[in-house]
Write a protein that binds this ligand. Sequence first.
Ligand SMILES: Nc1ncnc2c1ncn2[C@@H]1O[C@H](COP(=O)(O)OP(=O)(O)OP(=O)(O)O)[C@@H](O)[C@H]1O
Length: 283
Amino acid sequence: MRHDQQENQELGRAAGRGVGLKLRAVSKAFSGRTVLHDIDLDIAPGEFVAIVGRSGCGKSTLLRLVAQLDAASGGEVVYEHDAGGEPEVRIMFQDARLLPWKRVQANVALGLPRQHAPLALHALQQVGLDQRAGEWPAVLSGGQRQRVALARALVHDPQLLLLDEPLGALDALTRIEMQALIESLWRERGFTALLVTHDVQEAVALADRVLLIEDGRVTLDQRITLARPRSRGQAQFAALEEAILARVLRHPGSDANAIDDGATAELEPAFVPRGVQQVQWAV
Ligand SMILES: Nc1ncnc2c1ncn2[C@@H]1O[C@H](COP(=O)(O)OP(=O)(O)OP(=O)(O)O)[C@@H](O)[C@H]1O
């Protein structure tokens, strides 16, 4: 059995659906101002990777390059997958971007061939909103609209799901429910997930790896090996969240080893681009 198959089985995840990603020396400049500098990054098929960092550090720009919504100024983004053709890549934003003049099911079915339209109802079932299929987006809550947006992505059976702060506008409870939903769909379907979030706790709850971007560079690539589903009440969870948050909040350019106390931890090194630091943490 291949190692990734075995690992997926142990984690209870679907195998083989996700695409891998390779970024090599990816840079982006706007009007001569460089906002991403020579990003090197490998993401394995089926991995869940979160990107955190201060406002304006380049998180969304990186996601847009991966989604091919924008062209890089330098370097390349390569999707790695077995099947020929372009992989199915879907993106979800902070606002659901539903068409107000179409009912919920029609919003989910957008872009599907007519004969596949019934799949929209199945996707709505998966996010628990099939009972609202015939309603207008305007009568849904913010959390429900985001679930519709998630169904709209799922209906295309994505191999790579890009999530740009999709839960940022939701209340704390709805946010936690949505995180659990995204995690269970990811486990079931096996897509690769790349999540941009301001919320370090969300990143630790969901991701296999947390990347920190500072001033357009990946300065931390931290593997999270806590068992799933993760409990926020766990001491190890809290310690890890605190350590990463301290790194996010430190002044860019200051000593990257400021919280390195040499303690041992259940953390494994992830792929580490040149010059990237690993967090050491203690409980
Ligand atoms: N289309 C654009 N034209 C010019 N500058 C841009 C454009 N898009 C992004 N930028 C600049 O690139 C930098 C990174 O922006 P980006 O949106 O990637 O940051 P971010 O980390 O996602 O921020 P936030 O967390 O606030 O959403 C910012 O300085 C921003 O002003």
